[in-house]
Each structure stands twice: as structure tokens, then as C-alpha cells.
Design a protein around this ligand. Structure first.
Ligand SMILES: [Zn+2]
Length: 149
């Protein structure tokens, strides 16, 4: 039986950010744990800064993409979670279009307890769906929750 709130768009009572107590927003959790639940706004404040290799802005045409590195390291801009719950995957060199691939896994400073948080999508047993096997309707429900509020 699928979760009723997947259909209604509501969030269960326990679905509250552990840090700022925001309700009815997308939440993330450390892998294998149901706490803490963290909203996008709180995750942005504890994000891990990343550097990447600077590449020359040419060589993006043709079939084979051969990025040429300048040898400089660049600090990736701070990320903000978008409306779909995604951030740029900033630990990699940008793709041929100059953009970073996107991910819903957020790299944060969990003070040694966790280093990444994943979409927290409640299942029917009061637990959370495994990141590797997220149900389609659960993902839709999560994506449609506001990211910021
Ligand atoms: Zn929060």
C-alpha cells in the first residue's frame, strides 16, 4: 500500500526539520539514519566547500570532449538547492556545456557523524526509502514539496 500523503501532497507530522523546525518542505537525512532531518536552508548553511580543476574554455566542440586543465584549482561557488531539490555536483569538472551535472545528494559538514544527506522519503513502515530504490510516487511527492519556505 502506498503512502496516502504521496497522493494528497501533505507531509506527515514527524516530517519537520530537526534544526529550524520548518514543516512542509523537502527534507534530507544521513544515509541509514532517520535523524537528523535537514531542510535545504539549513543544509546550505553547513555545506562543504569544494574545489575543482579549472579548464580552458575551448575544446567543447566535436564528438570527443577533451578538457584541458589550466593547472589552477578553483573554489566552487556556494550552492543553493533548486526547486527540484538539486544542486550542482561541484566536485567534478564541468561538463562539455560548461555546466555541472546535478544531484539530490547534498555534501554537508555533519561534524563527523555524516558527510552527505539524501532525500528523506518516508515509506509505509514509518521508515525512509533506501536511496538506491526510491519509489517513483515518493520521488514525485518529495519533488513537489517546496524547497525553501
Ligand atoms: Zn531547517
Amino acid at each position: 500500500m502506498a503512502n496516502e500523503f504521496y497522493k494528497t501532497g501533505d507531509a506527515p507530522d514527524f516530517y519537520i526539520c530537526s534544526k529550524c523546525k520548518r514543516k512542509h518542505v523537502k527534507l534530507w537525512r544521513p544515509e541509514g539514519s532517520s535523524t537528523p532531518l535537514i531542510c535545504a536552508t539549513c543544509a546550505e548553511r553547513i555545506q562543504v566547500k569544494r574545489e575543482y580543476d579549472e579548464i580552458f574554455p575551448y575544446g567543447f566542440e566535436g564528438q570527443s570532449y577533451q578538457p584541458e586543465r589550466t593547472g589552477r584549482r578553483i573554489e566552487a561557488p556556494l550552492w543553493y538547492v533548486d526547486k527540484d531539490g538539486l544542486i550542482p555536483l561541484s566536485r567534478f569538472t564541468p561538463g562539455p556545456d560548461g555546466k555541472f551535472p546535478m544531484t539530490d545528494k547534498l555534501e554537508v559538514d555533519g561534524k563527523g557523524y555524516y558527510s552527505a544527506i539524501y532525500p528523506a522519503i518516508p515509506d509505509d513502515d514509518g521508515m525512509y526509502c533506501c536511496y538506491e530504490k526510491l519509489p517513483e510516487d515518493g520521488c514525485t511527492w518529495w519533488r513537489e514539496l517546496p524547497t525553501h519556505k
